[in-house]
Design a protein around this ligand. Structure first.
Ligand code: AMP
Ligand code: GLY
Length: 424
């Protein structure tokens, strides 16, 4: 088979690596890809938002399956464009990807179908939102309705902060139209778990659990980022939590989307918070998580191409997902300054140390080839260093050991990824 992956981050690198393990696959392309992905796939210089050009490429190159990694093309309707041309594609259609593309949609869906989530109100008018905030209790979460690179959720400690948040989103329009509507939500406390699930529109199957570290600095301080590191499995995701979520969250979400005429086919990422009153949904994403994918896929035993096809063909019920009985930890190496201002273009040294190892991985998030062909930094998140161990402690020690193999100017990482491992 010939497979095209759409995206350019660590998630797409991990997906490409996993696809490369399938004996069914002869050639992988990635658009636009990055310098690391170029080691296993042919990178194609087409932007992920150029749907027609991507579909032309798939047609001209007889691509058997296209896998969409990123959120923005999914929310923008890339799957509909491919399907209209009779091309086989893995990911939700536009009318289902809205579960990630609009927080107002997802909150209203959960309310309508009784799926546990934080209490909330939605607003399209800044003055009304601010009036509501005057009598609210704090902290409180103020969120942009639309996509905002993982930075559209503001946790506000005081009325002044929340008011400022409303201004940033609705009046200054920091995230453009994503802030035309906002959700104001009850603040919840508890460990967060990322549950990634394959879906065929009717059946939903969870992969192994993972935990992200969203804040930029040690001790969960600093700004929210796309994710600074992950580990899998999550220590908090017990059998009891899994049972609860299967019954009250995952299947009800699948059924709700079907009832709404929005069959969800693809990966549904359920962001859970485990509160003293039980698990609640913080958010849905319509795709694999990043960097969750970098710890989940290296532990997966199945041929992922079989699973993609079962989802597309509505046969997921026939597949049993299997994961190794081990653990994985991923530490993100970022450019100092991320998620705000940072410099790029610095040579990356030490990548060769990972070659030929099957328990250490370096997935590239933001890298490109420099003028002399050397690999240089090209983003806020640069690399994800993942290690597999027999347990989380061993995986963490190995991952941090491997972060030392890599060197680039302005290299920054959190030093406490997997901190929770010692707390349970
Ligand atoms: P979201 O984009 O909605 O997942 O929010 C990003 C992050 O903000 C989450 O992973 C949480 O850490 C935090 N967060 C969002 N909503 C809430 C909430 N209602 N209570 C507590 N923390 C929240
Ligand atoms: N790591 C969180 C996300 O992919 O949205």
């Amino acid at each position: 088979m010939k497979i095209l992956i759409v995206g350019s981050g660590g998630r797409e690198h991990a997906i490409a690596w996993k696809i490369s393990k399938s004996p069914r696959v002869e050639k992988i392309y990635c658009a636009p890809g990055n310098a690391g992905i170029a080691g296993i796939a042919e990178c194609v210089p087409i932007d992920a938002m150029e749907f027609e050009k991507l579909a032309d490429f798939a047609q001209e190159n007889a691509i058997d399956l296209t896998v969409i990694g990123m959120d923005a093309p999914l929310v923008g309707g890339i799957v509909d464009v491919f399907e209209a041309r009779g091309l086989r594609v893995f990911g939700p259609r536009k009318n289902a990807a809205v579960i990630e593309g609009s927080k107002v949609f997802s909150k209203d869906l959960m309310k309508k179908y009784g799926i546990p989530t934080a209490a909330y109100e939605t607003f399209v008018d800044a003055d009304k939102a601010i009036r509501y905030l005057e009598t609210a209790s704090y902290p409180i979460a103020v969120k942009a309705d639309g996509l905002a690179l993982g930075k559209g959720a503001l946790i506000c400690e005081t009325f002044e902060e929340a008011k400022e948040g409303v201004r940033t989103l609705m009046i200054d329009r920091q995230f453009g139209e994503a802030g035309d509507s906002i959700v104001i939500e009850e603040f919840l406390i508890g460990p967060e778990v990322s549950a990634l699930c394959f879906c065929d529109g009717t059946t939903i199957r969870t992969m192994t659990s993972a935990q992200d570290h969203k804040r930029a600095k040690d001790g969960d301080q600093g700004l929210n980022t796309g994710g600074m590191g992950t580990f899998s499995p999550s220590l908090f995701y017990t059998g009891e939590v899994d049972e609860f979520c299967k019954k009250y969250v995952y299947q009800p979400t699948m059924d709700a989307m079907k009832k709404e005429g929005r069959d969800f086919v693809g990966v549904l990422f359920v962001g859970l918070i485990l509160t003293p009153n039980g698990p609640k949904v913080l958010e849905y994403n319509a795709r694999f998580g990043d960097p969750e994918t970098q710890v989940v896929l290296p532990r997966m035993k199945n041929d992922i191409v079989d699973v993609f096809e079962a989802c597309i063909d509505g046969r997921l019920g026939e597949i049993e997902l299997q994961f190794e009985d081990n653990a994985a930890v991923c530490v993100i190496l970022a450019s100092d300054g991320y998620p705000e201002k940072y410099e790029k273009g610095f040579p990356i040294r030490g990548l060769e140390r990972f070659e030929g190892k099957n328990d250490y991985f370096v997935f590239h998030a933001g890298s490109r080839f420099g003028k002399d062909g050397a690999i240089v930094t090209n983003g806020g998140r640069v690399l994800g260093v993942t290690a597999i161990g027999t347990d989380l402690k061993q995986a963490r020690a190995k991952a941090y050991e491997a972060t030392e193999w890599i060197d680039f100017d302005n290299k920054y990482m959190r030093n406490d990824i997997g901190r929770a491992i010692d707390e349970v």
